[in-house]
Write a protein that binds this ligand. Structure first.
Ligand code: VLP
Length: 134
C-alpha cells in the first residue's frame, strides 16, 4: 500500500467547480446550491479497498471500489449517469477513469503535505479541490 488516504477531510478550496459542473450538464439552480457547499469526505482504505463518502447538507455520494477492478458506477444524485469506472495506482496517486457518455471523465486523488487533493476532470474542464483533516 503506497499511501493511506483514510480519514475525515473538509473541503478548503474548489477551483473551477462551476466549469466541471457545466461540463457534466448540471442545471443552473443545482449549480447555484452546489457551489456554496463545503463537502466533507470520509475515506476508509483497507489496502486496495476503498470507501469514499462525500457528504454535504444538500446531497451525498458513496463510492466503494477495489483498485484494479472495473465496476459499474451510477452517479445518482450527481449527474445521474452510468459509467464503467476503473481506479488504478499511478505511483502514489489514485487515478479513476470513468468511461461513458462524457469524454475524458475521471478524477485523481493524492496527498501533499497534510492535504488531500482531488482533481476532477470532464471533457475540457478540470476542477481542483483541496481538503484538510477535520
Ligand atoms: C454534481 C457534481 C452536488 C453537483 C451536484 C450535486 C456530493 C472522488 C470522487 C468519489 C467525486 C465527487 C464528485 C462531485 C461532483 C459534483 C453534491 C456535492 C456533494 O468524488 O473522491 O466519488 O466524484
Amino acid at each position: 500500500m503506497p499511501v493511506d488516504f483514510s480519514g475525515t477531510w473538509n473541503l478548503v478550496s474548489n477551483d473551477n467547480f462551476e466549469g466541471y459542473m457545466v461540463a457534466l450538464g448540471i442545471d443552473f439552480a443545482t449549480r447555484k446550491v452546489a457551489k456554496m457547499l463545503k463537502p466533507q469526505k470520509v475515506i476508509k482504505q483497507d489496502g486496495d479497498s476503498f470507501y469514499i463518502h462525500t457528504t454535504s447538507t444538500f446531497r451525498d455520494y458513496l463510492l466503494e471500489f477495489k483498485v484494479g477492478e472495473e465496476f459499474d458506477e451510477d452517479t445518482k444524485g450527481l449527474d445521474n449517469r452510468k459509467c464503467k469506472s476503473l481506479v488504478t495506482w499511478e505511483n502514489d496517486k489514485l487515478v479513476c477513469v470513468q468511461t461513458g457518455e462524457k469524454k475524458n471523465r475521471g478524477w485523481t486523488h493524492w496527498l501533499e503535505g497534510d492535504d488531500l487533493h482531488l482533481e476532477l476532470r470532464c471533457e475540457n474542464q478540470v476542477c481542483r479541490q483541496v481538503f484538510k483533516r477535520a
